[in-house]
Design a protein around this ligand. Sequence first.
Ligand code: F6R
Length: 588
Amino acid sequence: MCGIIAGISEEDIAPLLIEGLMRVEYRGYDSAGIATVHDGELEVRKAVGRIDGLERTQRASTLAGNTGVGHTRWATHGGVTKANAHPHTSCGNKVAVVHNGIIENYLELREELKQKGHVFTSETDTEVIPHLVEEALKRKKDPLKATLNAVKKLKGQYAIVVMFKDYPEVLTGARNDAPLVVGVGKKEMFLASDVLAFIARTDQAVFLDNMEAVSVTAGGYKVYRFDGSEVSKKPTQLAWELSDLSKQDYAHYTLKEIHEQPETVVRAALQDPRRLENFVRILKGATSVVLTASGSSYHAALLLKDRLSREAKIRCDAVLAGEFEDQAHFVERGTVVVAFSQSGETADLLRAVKVGKDRGASVISIVNAAGSSLARESDEVLTLNCGPEVGVAATKSFTAQVMVGNVVADAVVGENATGDAKKVGRLIAETLRSEDSVRQVAKEFKERPDFYFIARGHNYPIALEGALKLKELSYLHAEGMPASELKHGTLALIEKGTPVVVIAPSGEGFSATISNALELDARGAEVIGISDKVHPVFKHRIAIPRSNEKVAPILEAVPLQLLAYFIATERKNDPDYPRNLAKSVTVR
Ligand code: F6R
């Protein structure tokens, strides 16, 4: 988490930093800051809160200078205060640093530096870095060598960019287990956590790997290993479509992204045939398969697990990425790990992939960000092709993951069970016509403190997904569970008026789910049905079109996204930037 953008340009850099920060704000939005060097002075502007606040209160974009660093924070060490916001500077104000990640040994480094007379002004782990660089600069009058010297002392996960008061023509950066990308422009150069930060200026990117450092000037870049040896790295061309980040006429990115789904599922199904063939070949050759992911991506993984084990009889497990290391006892040579991720930078997932590889497994992934660490660590990759997702809650990336999972499962079983992707897109468009009825339900239930979501069989991951969406956007308590599980305990919590969302598409499992809904109704619950069928037990019904069991989970997810969105807006929450969260979770 935390977003970094830094750059050197012939133009004033501050407006470019502010624009770039807004594009990586999804990575954290507790506080923000920028610093530039101009006329031999290093100047910093910071503020608690979002980037528009930094601009409003500090007029940050008016800072002069061609070299600068910027940061948007998701607090890990130290509260959300102006002092803890980045950039952090050394005591002599000679060095400014922005950092994404965690420095594990910061307490001991801080003590050592204090002994040497350094004075600290924040509670962050980051602040040790500018002091370390300043110390190193005393001995090595060279920005890159000083940076390499400092990073050798750091333990943890980090991407950093360092700016120097006395060397305004250069920026240095380093990465270990957190993303850092160089944007190679015409007479300008950027360093950022995500290509989105600079895509409006250049489509040429150099992705740094772990234990690599970089030195950039306006005219060029050089990449080094941490031992100081140079690495030759050529830029990759990015897709310019990434630059379209407008909300169009929608009130929020989240709503826009929900409405993009009729098109994004179609693009998700358009996989490169050679890659798909290789992906399926690896999967079929597995002695066992472990699917892994976090959050919503995990729910998409559960759906593929269901299809692979039920239809293709492949021995499959689905393990939360953060639990992988503790549960990976049977992962060995011959195992295939299938990793799902929107960002491709989730630290828990990257750790799971490393553990899997160390145990001899192959790794294949389904990911949105094509240049991400996960994509680069994988033996084969299928991309979601759904464009950048700005809203912190996964919406279009989730349905795209389910669609890619369906394409994979269809290829494994050798049939097109999902049906024509364009038809799926049309069914989503039809589902979106329920928007008004979802808004009415949201208005009626917005003050209820607890929600339950139930479903059976292959629809169960959607109960989990519906509950997760509601929690993160509305800040209300929600639980998703198999319908069969209610009577084993949770039924005790049902009171008069408790809303229970019952996901009950027609087909196998409908009658059993309805029986559970009747049990809930008998205990006073207000049953909100998500179904293509009408039933008297539904106090409210949100209609989805009739489909098949491969497509139904995609259609069910859409009204649940809308429900969470509308309850959030009714409660005056910002659905794009829910409190305490960040989109790309790069700490473990
Ligand atoms: C929920 C949500 C998160 C992510 C999770 C994994 O709406 O967005 O639960 O799904 O943090 O992120 P990725 O998919 O980027 O690995």
